[in-house]
Write a protein that binds this ligand. Structure first.
Ligand SMILES: [Zn+2]
Length: 477
């Protein structure tokens, strides 16, 4: 930069630096000069929270220390002097970063009416603001288009995006593809999954309307090759292939049944309103019950009596897509709120969004706050008031608690901060932490102070800046 500054002059150079800083501010994490070493035990310390970590049986008031993207310590009283940056989260829960086991994020292909296209959403727009750091795309792509999905979304997202591979080679591109028995190949699907261990974490069958068992049996073949679980969206309700038979003889322990509370495929006992025999067999055999709320898979008339009978979901998930997120579903915390309405506790719903889904996809490195483990963290508050929670039939149940994501930490860095818990006041005269080290604990730009301020933010109006115009009332015609 020095030689450029010599040629173009000091003010032009300041403008270049300014525009570079603006780009960095938009992009978040930056490449730059090496950070000075941090001799302290922690980069970031969250203090005075209520730590909930189901996997490690932690449910206590305390602090979480983070260093180099890993959990460094959890304790009742960690010392703020041991951290570069301390954030007081009093009154809030500190939980593992949430995992959403069922989403659709293969967007950007331009295909209409397709979950491998316009019906999917961009992950980062919907996850971090909800405390979600890891999601699983549930079968939007198959072995034919997974590489495109990976390049387009997985490799470019700040959110950790994992995938269940559709048993249909072309993925979720609509009925013409998803009902095509000739494109269901367990061997090719399993072999594709083997090439991406830890990224392809499951096999998905969905939306099938035919009477055959082929999609489910091909999924088992893929499971045997790749040793990853199968998740079933059971599609159309066909008498030729009843749910009871699926869970008795076409699924195995540790497979996952999603859309558990839709009531559309005999999940509910018509006499008692409680769980059907199929749901009971599922639990007996160790097949997991996943919510997968979606646009049409959570009915109060189904979920209320089933949960009241003591049958709680193993995992809470959204089935996020453009149709569900503006409908009853909203987001992952809204789905969790619904389980709170049905009598679950905050620690229970947190477990169902952290350690449980991590276990289901056999990725136990996520969804917990183990010392030495990945520092994905959600800071959540519980608002109290009168809230309406809407189901798939646009009916609502009222509740008094609402989970709100205050802050999200991914790989040790703050990536979302609703109320600026980590921010200094705009008119502060000095930083509360060493600005030069900020990249160790946040992806956000810190306002420069002191000697660097004059260089990077000249106070004079830059040359060629548009003139400042006063707003004038537009006369009505
Ligand atoms: Zn889905």
């Amino acid at each position: 930069m020095r030689s450029v500054c010599g040629v173009v002059g000091k003010w032009m150079c300041a403008a270049l630096l300014l525009s570079a800083a603006a780009v960095r501010a938009q992009e978040g994490p930056v490449r730059g000069p090496a950070l000075p070493p941090n001799p302290l035990p922690y980069d970031l310390l969250l203090t005075n929270g209520h730590v909930l970590d189901d996997k490690n049986h932690v449910d206590m008031s305390g602090d979480v220390g983070i260093k180099d993207g890993k959990i460094a310590a959890i304790g009742a009283h960690l010392n703020p002097k041991d951290a570069l940056k301390t954030v007081d989260v009093q009154g809030y829960y500190i939980t593992p970063g949430l995992i959403d086991l069922h989403t659709h994020v293969y967007t950007g292909t331009g295909e209409k009416n397709s979950y491998a296209g316009d019906l999917s959403v961009m992950p980062d727009g919907f996850t971090l603001r909800n405390g979600v750091t890891t999601i699983v795309d549930a079968g939007s792509s198959g072995w034919r288009n997974f590489d495109d999905f990976k390049d387009r979304i997985i490799d470019r997202s700040r959110t950790r995006v994992l995938a269940e591979l559709n048993i249909v080679g072309s993925g979720m591109r609509g009925a013409k593809y998803e009902d095509n028995l000739d494109d269901m190949d367990g061997k090719l699907t399993g072999e594709k999954a083997l090439k991406f261990p830890g990224v392809i974490v499951g096999i998905k069958s969905a939306h099938f309307t035919g009477p055959e068992w082929k999609p489910y049996d091909q999924a088992q073949i893929a499971e045997d090759i790749a040793h990853i679980p199968v998740m079933i969206d059971f599609g159309a309700n066909r008498i030729e292939r009843p749910l009871l038979q699926l869970v008795e003889s076409h699924l195995r322990p540790s497979d996952i049944y999603t859309h558990c509370f839709s009531g559309l495929r005999n999940e509910q006992d018509p006499q008692t309103g409680g769980p059907s025999k199929a749901l009971l067999v599922m639990r007996q055999r160790g097949i997991y019950c996943d919510v997968g709320h979606g646009g049409g898979s959570f009915a109060w008339t189904v979920a209320k009596p089933i949960v009241a009978s003591g049958y709680k979901p193993d995992s809470i998930s959204t089935d996020l897509h453009v149709g569900s997120m503006n409908n009853g579903m909203k987001d992952l915390l809204n789905v969790a709120d619904k389980l709170l309405v049905l009598g679950e506790t905050v620690p229970e719903v947190i477990a169902q969004m952290t350690s449980h889904p991590a276990h289901e996809i056999r990725q136990e490195q996520y969804g917990n706050l183990s010392v030495g483990g990945i520092a994905d963290v959600a800071v959540l508050s519980v608002d109290h008031g009168n809230f309406g929670f809407v189901d798939m039939y646009n009916t609502k149940m009222m509740g008094t608690q609402k989970l709100v994501c205050q802050m999200t930490v991914k790989d040790g860095k703050i990536v979302y901060d609703l109320n600026g818990l980590s921010a200094d006041m705009w008119d502060a005269t000095k930083h509360s932490a060493d600005e030069r080290q900020a990249r160790r604990w946040t992806v956000f730009s810190e306002r420069p102070f002191g000697a660097t301020r004059g260089q990077r933010f000249p106070t004079s109006t830059p040359v060629n800046a548009p003139p400042q115009v006063q707003d004038k009332a537009i006369p009505k015609k």
